[in-house]
Design a protein around this ligand. Structure first.
Ligand SMILES: Cc1cc2nc3c(=O)[nH]c(=O)nc-3n(C[C@H](O)[C@H](O)[C@H](O)COP(=O)(O)OP(=O)(O)OC[C@H]3O[C@@H](n4cnc5c(N)ncnc54)[C@H](O)[C@@H]3O)c2cc1C
Length: 290
């Protein structure tokens, strides 16, 4: 497989997700480019080897068990092309790196999303958003790999909605790149917005502990964090998995939390919320199954 990308064996997955949980993966590969990725998928399918694509692992709950397959990281697919206000970027680029590049080119639209610690691909799958912006706001089209074919679709066909898209449901799709139409905006103004947003994040989120962002989606017109906080659940824990004292919609790993601890804590919160408010909380994070 090494001809398709940088190949690692028996990899501790704790280093590859922001909860810092999980077992070992038999292989982890970082394809050199899109052609290598396409050939790799063909090879894995022909040889019946399982695979999972991960970005920065900042929205996933990996299992505790070892994985007898291949984790694919697209961090080498990180090219950006800018022509006036049209920007095409590959999916493995870090969202913050991408936004910095836009700001340096005085291109506005995505600056509110600075601070989300994932890749562009992961952000599109989830239609990541914050501070009244979503990654889909300025997308024109998406290019992806499916059934060994590369296809491009327009934004209208991606069914973007609150933390959702067609890519979340179809695990056979690998996002390759996205095209955006942005607008001219002064970089100083955008840097100021980022500074304020980062201060808000630091004061309201438990960034000092491993976590994977908001655990639940906000129910319509309500805040999941407030519902959990109102039940005095902050600080409740199962082993090292804690409901953060800083933000009740964050679960933090205080050291040696397992995937199982986090999942049990999630079930406990869901049960309490349903018992008290008759509301079914929907998970924003993704429980990965091997
Ligand atoms: C401190 C913190 C703050 C956060 N704040 C926010 C926030 O404000 N708003 C928000 O929306 N989220 C937030 N998140 C959650 C998370 O960062 C985002 O959902 C992010 O977009 C996930 O990107 P990722 O690259 O880490 O994806 P991963 O977690 O690695 O993957 C998520 C899913 O996408 C799939 N995937 C990833 N890349 C591809 C690809 N190229 N092709 C196909 N499938 C792919 C994976 O298979 C997986 O199913 C936060 C997380 C943390 C830790």
């Amino acid at each position: 497989m090494h001809e398709y990308g940088e190949l690692l064996e028996n990899v501790n997955l704790k280093k590859y997700n922001t909860y810092k949980i999980g077992g070992h993966s038999k292989y982890l590969i970082k394809p050199y480019n899109i052609k290598c990725l396409k050939n790799l998928i063909e090879y894995l399918k022909n040889n019946k080897i399982k695979y999972i694509v991960l970005g920065k692992g900042s929205n996933v709950i990996l299992p505790d068990e070892d994985y007898d397959g291949t984790i694919i990281l697209l961090e080498k697919l990180n090219k950006i092309e800018i022509e006036n206000n049209i920007v095409n970027a590959e999916s493995g680029i870090l969202l913050n790196t991408f936004i910095n590049k836009l700001i340096n080119n005085n291109l506005g639209g995505l600056e509110n999303l600075y601070g989300i610690p994932g890749t562009l691909g992961g952000a599109i799958v989830q239609n990541a958003g914050c501070y009244s912006s979503e990654i889909s706001d300025y997308i024109e089209s998406i290019t992806y790999l499916k059934d060994n074919e590369i296809k491009t679709i327009n934004k209208e066909d991606c069914d973007f909605s609150y933390r959702d898209s067609i890519f979340k449901k179809d695990k056979d799709i690998i996002l390759l790149s996205a095209s955006f139409k942005l607008y001219n905006k002064d970089k100083k103004e955008m840097k100021e917005i980022i500074k304020n947003n980062m201060n808000k994040r630091k004061s309201s989120q438990p960034l000092e502990y491993p976590n994977a962002g908001s655990v639940f989606r906000n129910p319509k017109d309500l805040s999941a964090g407030k519902l959990i906080d109102d039940l005095n659940l902050k600080g409740y824990h199962i082993n090292d998995a804690y409901i953060s004292n800083k933000h009740a919609n964050f679960i933090i790993n205080k050291g040696n939390s397992s995937s199982e601890d986090i999942k049990l804590l999630i079930e406990h919160i869901k049960k309490e919320i349903y018992k008290n408010y008759k509301i079914e909380l929907i998970l924003e994070q993704e429980i990965v199954k091997y």
